[in-house]
Design a protein around this ligand. Structure first.
Ligand code: EPZ
Length: 416
């Protein structure tokens, strides 16, 4: 099992190019199921989640070819509607093939997603929307089988919670439905805006992009398209936090600050100096002070950066309260950070962090993608050696976190 070995880092310095967004690319890949033509995506990050989605799509008969970071996905050869194996268990985002399969084949079969480390993560809102559009969903031996014999029809759908995945699944399905679909209380994350832009390039008719009410007018067919996904705002935020935590001066090339206002605001409150430049975002660290953070749906502070932010606050002066409003169990990094000397008290959805003068290196385990990234950040600021195990979690979402940090001067390496 691969792991990261590291020591306390000097202030990070230099520049590194950020990757493109995992959470934009995954639904974009699923769009190939809705056309007989091909989609060309540029800048596709080399991630295990992307490999998993490519394998799932190939299982369904799509052809997925990759040349460096260019990926071509062709849905012409689609010959299946049953996603075999246990894709959803392996990767939650697999559920994003349901809407496209229903739109194209009028049926879809997928394992029912189990919970995962950060919460039960139900898909009731996905199923509510697809059912309102005419799909009947049967659950049997851990599988969901959705069918829409007469094809999907436009519907008015209210999302009880602005779920990112449910918005994406329903929006994709609605592009080929008969009639108009209105999604109220839709999620507004930048990745959804990016997905809508690809769908529009494919011939979809969507209005209200980036707003809470999306109106999708169904069309007969979608055609192929070329697209370059947005920069990964969560990888960007992770590297920004690492730069600030080490008191460094780092330029993140290709980073887009427009999707990170909440993160930039909170980091400035902590004492970091952040400037948006033409080439990207420049981050300089300083004496950091504690701040309170609440994770909210976009444009609030993203839940995916709660754990890395907590790791930075462990060394900030004073007390911080982090409130996790999105997932019910997203403090998995806490016991690991405590092993490094952090002073954190969890009370339900709140984590009270008392800044300490020193963290000490330890052998810690990544429990999920972003908790793992938090442990790497903590290791950069801890005295002595830190080993982060189970980094397969981290490699689901970061192309080469250790490589990016080493390029900025961090004494970190990936070892088998
Ligand atoms: C997406 O997950 C992201 N994943 C997550 O990133 C991210 O944390 C999350 O959005 C929130 O921003 C991808 O885009 C692939 P949700 P998703 O549906 O779509 C509840 C990462 O680290 N809910 O917005 O699964 C759910 O239980 C990953 O890159 C329902 O109740 O998130 C959760 O509490 C982790 N019913 C909340 O909504 C539903 O039908 C947010 O979930 C769907 C969701």
């Amino acid at each position: 099992m691969a792991q990261y070995v590291m020591q306390k880092s000097p202030a990070l310095h230099g520049e590194v190019r950020v990757q493109r967004s995992k959470n934009a690319v995954l639904p974009m890949m699923a769009c190939c199921l809705m056309t007989e033509e091909c989609i060309d995506l540029a800048g596709v990050p080399k991630l295990t989640d992307v490999d998993c989605m490519a394998a799932l799509l190939s299982d369904l008969g799509a052809t997925v070819t990759r040349k460096n970071d260019e990926m071509t996905l062709c849905g012409g050869g689609l010959n299946g509607w049953q996603a075999g194996h246990n894709w959803v268990e392996r990767m939650r985002a697999s559920v994003l093939v349901m809407g496209p399969l229903l739109a194209r084949c009028r049926k879809a079969r997928l394992n029912f997603p189990g919970g995962c480390a950060i919460g039960t993560r139900p898909i009731d809102l996905h199923l509510k929307g697809l059912s309102l559009m005419g799909a009947s969903v049967a659950l049997s031996d851990g599988c969901m089988e959705a069918r829409a014999q007469e094809g999907l029809k436009g519907a008015n759908i209210y999302l009880d919670f602005p779920s990112v995945g449910a918005t994406e699944n329903i929006m994709m399905a609605a592009t080929l439905a008969q009639g108009t679909t209105v999604i109220e209380n839709a999620a507004k994350e930048p990745e959804i805006v990016d997905l809508a832009h690809l769908l529009e390039r494919m011939g979809a008719r969507i209005s209200g992009v980036g707003q809470s009410t999306l109106v999708i007018e169904g069309v007969e067919k979608l055609h192929g398209a070329q697209y370059t996904p947005m920069p990964d705002r969560i990888e960007t935020g992770t590297l920004m936090l690492c730069a600030a935590a080490t008191g460094g001066d780092v330029l993140l090339m290709g980073a887009d600050g427009s999707s990170l206002h909440a993160v930039i605001a909170k980091m400035r409150e902590c004492g970091a100096v952040i400037t948006a430049q033409d080439q990207g975002i420049r981050v300089r660290g300083g004496e950091l002070v504690g701040v309170d953070v609440e994770t909210l749906v976009y444009p609030g502070f993203p839940t995916d950066l709660q754990a890395p932010m907590m790791a930075l606050l462990c060394r900030a002066e004073g007390t911080s309260i982090l409130t996790e409003h999105i997932f019910e169990n997203r403090f998995m990094q806490v016991p690991q950070l405590r092993k490094m000397g952090a002073s954190i008290t969890v009370r339900g959805r709140n984590a009270i962090v008392r800044g300490v003068m020193e963290l000490h290196g330890a052998r810690v385990a990544a429990t999920d993608l972003r908790a793992g990234a938090a442990l790497v950040l903590a290791g950069l600021t801890a005295e002595g050696h830190t080993t982060v195990t189970d980094i397969a979690h981290i490699e689901r979402g970061y192309v080469d976190l250790a490589g990016a940090l080493a390029a900025l001067g961090a004494p970190i390496a990936r070892v088998e």
